[in-house]
Design a protein around this ligand. Sequence first.
Ligand code: GLN
Length: 286
Amino acid sequence: MEHEASPALASIAVGTTIRDLLRNPPLDPVDMRILVAHVLDLSRIQLITRSEHALTTDEAMALRAALHRRMQGEPVAYIAGTREFYGLMFAVTPDVLIPRPETELLVDLALERLQPENHVLDLGTGSGAIAVSLAHTRPDINVTAVDISKAALTVAERNARHHAANVAFVHSDWYAALPGRRFDMIVANPPYIVEGDKHLSEGDLRFEPINALTDHADGLSALRNIVAGATPHLSADGWLLMEHGYDQAAAVRNLLATRGFSAVRSWKDLAGIERVSGGRLVNHFA
Ligand code: GLN
């Protein structure tokens, strides 16, 4: 495919060096580095050590095609097919939400609370970013991850295999396929965007799986189902930790308190926004 029409892409010619490409990027410099590394199959370090490498005909064509897709709005993570999360590279496809840095807060909070050999459940695992990060960091714990999307589970299984993470995947609509199973902790980053929110028609979100983003309702219905169904799936003193939207913390704390959770609180992400809420189910067998 040729893109002579775009002046920004005309500079991507045979013989252009990596150094020149990165010095004068036609788009966001971080996106540019990711796409150049992807097309040339180089690591971030190799972009520097091989900066004098000059593009071949095939490379120039492939890079122009990738940049063209980005300029049409496609997320850089889907073009490259990868996104880094919790220091690990994850395969991502349009079947899964692109892992976000704010979700690393949920992983940190889970790791701070996990005891040796605990059993953890990740609801709506998507790419498996949360489940694989937990299992990779703590090989002693037992991680079960579910998703309603079989296509997502295929991506998550690939990521678990790639990182030698011991995660058991189950095709399930929230708790539906887990009757009688109890966990020491349940974590989830469910769809929580309100139906019709303008962000759904902007930027990367336009390309992401709609069912991973919105509940097609008030934004709280998935969170409500997760809290409502948690009790029979939690061990004594078990934790439930959920990511949610920027304005949902009070509502989620209220859902937890209403269902008898203790130590209910919210935690702020790096942007200072209450992004994760959770609590503990103490003595619920009594
Ligand atoms: N954090 C994502 C966003 O607002 C939404 C992810 C989700 O709904 N779980 O872009």
